[in-house]
Design a binder for this molecule. Structure first.
Ligand code: AMP
Ligand code: GLY
Length: 429
């Protein structure tokens, strides 16, 4: 019934899920909130539940037994595993696509085929299930070239090769089983050039409501150097000198065409469709689709979004989404990720974190937890590579950026590492 409170189960444990939880908790429709598995920062807002978030039967049974009125799925693994299918089959509304639609992220080959049928611009590609023909093809075409493990590889299965030798090495790595089953099929694609831009959109399978643009910083080190990570910081919106109104319209059109093409094929895509784009000289081209909110994009997009997230998520599930459910102000958000020294390689855990309360006393600063936990002494400690995401929202980009870094200075833990140049591209006119 409209306006009735709903109890919500949120799956996931990252900064994205903390941002989702904060926004869900703001809704007048939010009843009791549960999170599985959650992290060290979500305790005050939700009750942590011990269940296997990747098990469709376990999640659906727990939700049914506890009278849950909405299951929100944060990460890709439960989506691809079919958790949303099981929840919906149990008659419970769910935010996140069913397993067949989540193949847009779960299989790069599937996504490429849908894009091709939808007439959506993306890098030219070939896919291979055998090593020898793949090596021959890469040798023939030569660098620069991009090698991708087909399936989910936690952001690590992409090799942007500047030399043919690197590319051949990447092909061998995929087929050697370095990415498990994800690498059994290898996609080889043309290298695209230009600034990157993410556009998240909400959809009920018919209506597509684009959210604000955001620009992630994937490389570990300042100046976009070092290895790829899950994301070191992000800002929103991406200014006009980087994304023109025409480019934005083209990205929205691409997402609409993909959702419509899936619908034509009998697949309802309900949830968040995340388009990763390269803004090439020939217009935006798709790098990848994700079947979920971005991390850390969510940590800048949701704080700027004016919407009742519970209503919106229920509408995505029910097929009643409309554009007027979401609006935007003209403020800016910057999020700087604090990581453990060594990330994305190996790092130590269990370092005591201090200063979050002081940081959050700064106006419009929110500290989203990712890799944190509470130790046996009740202290907040590091428990992952990406530890915290520090978001500031302000009327100007400069102010948001300054305040985010001011907040980062107040937070301490041994090995605290951050990029100092998040958002610098937004300043270059
Ligand atoms: P993906 O997981 O497919 O988004 O790839 C991760 C990152 O690799 C992207 O954010 C890009 O920086 C880079 N990348 C992926 N595909 C390409 C491509 N075809 N050309 C250039 N860079 C790419
Ligand atoms: N920010 C990159 C991702 O969520 O995949």
């Amino acid at each position: 019934m409209a306006n009735e409170k709903v109890d919500i189960l949120l799956l996931g444990s990252g900064g994205r899920e903390h941002a989702l939880l904060v926004k869900l908790a703001e809704s007048p429709r939010a009843g009791r909130l549960y999170v599985a598995p959650g992290n060290g920062g979500m305790n005050g807002l939700a009750e942590a539940v011990s269940l296997d978030e990747n098990s469709p039967t376990e999640v659906a049974a727990w939700a049914r037994d506890h009278g849950i009125g909405l299951v929100v799925i944060g990460p890709e693994a439960p989506l691809v595993a079919g958790v949303a299918d099981a929840v919906r089959s149990a008659g419970i509304p769910c935010f996140g696509p069913n397993g067949n639609a989540a193949q847009m992220e779960g299989s790069k080959k599937f996504a490429k085929q849908v894009m091709s049928r939808a007439g959506v611009p993306t890098a030219a590609y070939r896919s291979f299930t055998d090593e020898e023909p793949c090596l021959e093809y890469v040798e023939r075409v030569g660098a620069p070239i991009v090698i991708k493990a087909d399936g989910l590889a936690a952001g690590k299965g992409v090799i942007v090769a500047k030399t043919t030798e690197q590319a051949l090495e990447g092909v061998r790595e995929c087929f050697s089983g370095a990415f498990g089953e994800a690498g059994a099929t290898v996609v080889v694609e043309e290298m695209l050039d230009g600034p990157e831009c993410s556009l998240l959109a909400l959809t009920d399978g018919k209506t597509v409501v684009p959210l604000a643009t955001a620009q992630d910083h994937k490389r570990a080190l300042d100046g976009d150097l070092g290895p790829n990570t899950g994301g070191m910081g992000v800002y929103s919106p991406v200014p006009e000198h980087l994304v023109s109104a025409d480019e934005l319209a083209a990205m929205v059109d691409i997402e609409e065409r993909v959702v419509a093409e899936l619908a034509r094929e009998g697949i309802t895509y309900s949830g968040c469709l995340y388009g990763g784009f390269m803004l090439t000289a020939d217009g935006p081209k798709v790098l990848e689709f994700n079947a979920r909110f971005g991390d850390p994009e969510t940590q800048v997009v949701l704080p700027r979004m004016r919407a009742d997230l519970v209503e919106v998520f229920l509408a995505c599930d029910a097929g009643t989404l409309s554009a007027d459910m979401v609006s935007w102000g003209d403020d800016w958000a910057v999020d700087v990720v604090l990581t453990s020294a060594g990330y994305p390689g190996s790092y130590e855990k269990g370092k005591v974190i201090t200063g979050i309360e002081r940081a959050e006393q700064l106006p419009d600063v929110t500290v989203y937890h990712a890799g944190t936990a509470i130790n046996e002494r009740g202290e907040l400690v590091t428990a992952g590579g990406r530890v915290l995401g520090v978001t500031a929202v302000a009327p100007t980009f400069e102010e948001a950026r300054r305040r985010a870094y001011e907040a980062c200075d107040l937070i301490e833990f041994e090995g605290k590492t951050l990029r100092t140049d998040i958002g610098m591209r937004a300043l270059r006119g």
